[in-house]
Ligand binder design. Structure first.
Ligand code: C2O
Ligand code: CU
Length: 492
């Protein structure tokens, strides 16, 4: 790199080439920076499958799916069936507040219950979660999306797809059973890019009935970027400080609620990555001085034993104020900037679950990612992925150009099959998101076992707001809700 740079300085030819390259790249850069802000249509039915054929879309007025199939079921009717699961009730109020962010500094924020992140909801696997959302004064309307949770369509919290935005003075009650244990989070999915950044986020921790791992302490931390400037860990610019004694086994749940990738290092102890996106890994090995890249929306749980020196530090490579200090004691040394990077494709031990790249799939889809587009299209122009209940679906995702794209699927867990053509050799990886860097190609698979209308989008929410967002629609499922300027439902 250094050699190239000095050469460019000396050679006018190289310099011209460099300038030409920059000029050629300009449209991409401006696109990525949001100059081509997506214009929302007046009214769109996201259940419309007409786009799948590649023909121009139409906005239907009689509530029927545009693909010709008669709508048999409505997302609005897909609710959690009654059961005798233990009920946990919560109330969350979306409201404007001034929050303290450390060092006597304050910031204006949009919050759940006056803080950002909002209250941590901690439940047990199998509990029935009932959350009453009240919007006090967020004029643009709010919803709550339960990021990573497999739940019925009507509870997914996507404005204009699974419900109408909740306007000031209104309420909406969410109800679902927490089937899978793990680390999750919640955020508004009405203008999610703006609203999550302003602070409408929180944690949902589903403790396992029976844990595959043993630990004495269980902590969760949220990393966020508030109002586009303050980098906060659990709401503070001084990082999170957690108590632990030498010898304690600590489970630390790291949640990246910002849009940027956070490269997190663990210093002071050997550790294991025991879970990704809330899903346990099989026989995870011991890691030392390794960076973990966590994409926007992703969660990584690490497990370590507190050393006799008393202190473990987890911190971001790039952002000084994103850090977690566990215990008190001797300051551990930092990681080298070029320390190894965690590679989940060859970590832990395989398990034969029968889900492989060469099994039979009912449908296969290709997604090619640009800077803010999927297959060269944006938002409602992107033909939806169509599935039928019971089918196995494979999605091939290729990242051609741009920043990292943590691609997130609602309502399902998918299995990561291959990276750059190579099957994973370690633990099975089930997740709700897969982060791609430029040049990466992944194959993922999921079983279509949760009928509904589900978003699939980049969780760099600025990218999503610019149109990097599409639908996975079950055949024969419709919605009474509409996205667009007419209803005011603008999910991203
Ligand atoms: Cu946190 Cu549509 O996502
Ligand atoms: Cu992206």
């Amino acid at each position: 790199m250094a050699a190239k740079k000095s050469a460019a300085k000396k050679s006018p030819l190289l310099r011209m080439a460099a300038i030409a390259l920059i000029i050629a790249a300009l449209p991409l850069v401006t696109a990525a920076c949001g100059y081509y802000k997506l214009k929302f249509p007046e009214e769109i039915n996201m259940a419309d499958m007409g786009a799948h054929s590649g023909h121009a879309r139409h906005t239907d007025t009689n509530g029927e799916a545009g693909g010709g199939a008669a709508a048999a079921a409505s997302c609005a009717d897909m609710a959690e069936p009654p059961s005798n699961a233990p009920v946990r009730k919560f109330e969350l109020t979306a409201q404007k507040s001034v929050v303290e962010i450390g060092d006597g500094k304050t910031a204006e924020a949009w919050t759940f219950d006056g803080t950002t992140p909002g209250p941590e909801l901690r439940v047990k696997q199998g509990d029935r979660i009932v959350v009453k959302l009240t919007n006090k004064d967020i004029e643009k309307g709010v919803t709550i999306h339960w990021h990573g949770v497999v739940l019925p369509c009507s509870q997914d919290g996507v404005a204009g797809v699974t419900q109408d935005a909740v306007w000031p003075g209104e309420t909406f009650t969410y109800e679902f059973v927490a089937k899978h244990s793990g680390t999750y989070w919640y955020h508004s999915h009405q203008q999610s890019s703006e609203q999550a950044q302003h602070g409408l986020i929180g944690r949902l921790i589903v403790e396992p009935r029976q844990s595959a791992f043993e630990y004495d302490l269980d902590y969760a931390v949220t990393m966020q970027q508030l109002n586009g400037k303050h980098w906060l860990t659990n709401g503070s610019r001084n990082g999170a400080k957690l108590a632990a004694q030498a010898g304690d086994r600590v489970r630390l749940r790291l949640i990246n609620s910002s849009s940027a990738v956070q490269w997190m290092g663990v210093a002071g102890a050997d550790f294991q990555v025991i879970s990704m996106d809330g899903q346990d890994l099989n026989q995870p090995g011991t890691l030392r001085k390794t960076w973990i890249p966590i994409g926007g929306g992703q969660r990584y749980d690490v497990l370590f034993t507190m050393p006799s020196s008393g202190k473990v530090q987890v911190y971001s490579k790039q952002k000084k104020t994103l850090s977690v200090t566990v215990g008190e004691g001797v300051e551990p040394g930092k990681l080298d900037k070029d320390a190894p990077v965690f590679d989940f494709t060859a970590y832990g031990e395989p398990l034969d679950d029968g889900i492989t790249a060469d099994m039979k799939f009912d449908r296969t889809y290709d997604l090619v990612l640009g800077p803010i587009d999927i297959n060269g299209k944006r938002f409602h122009e992107i033909p939806p992925i169509i599935v039928s209940e019971g089918e196995w679906i494979k999605i091939r995702i290729k990242h051609k150009l741009g920043e990292e794209h943590p691609m997130h699927l609602h309502g399902h867990l998918f299995k990561v099959l291959t990276k750059n053509g190579e099957p994973l050799s370690g633990s099975p990886i089930f997740a709700d998101s897969i982060m791609l860097s430029m040049g990466d190609e992944y194959e993922v698979a999921f079983k279509a076992d949760n009928p509904g209308l589900w978003m699939e989008h980049c969780h760099n929410l600025e990218h999503a707001a610019n149109g990097m967002s599409m639908m996975v629609n079950y055949e024969g499922v419709d919605t009474p809700y509409r996205v667009g300027t007419k209803s005011g439902n603008l999910p991203d």
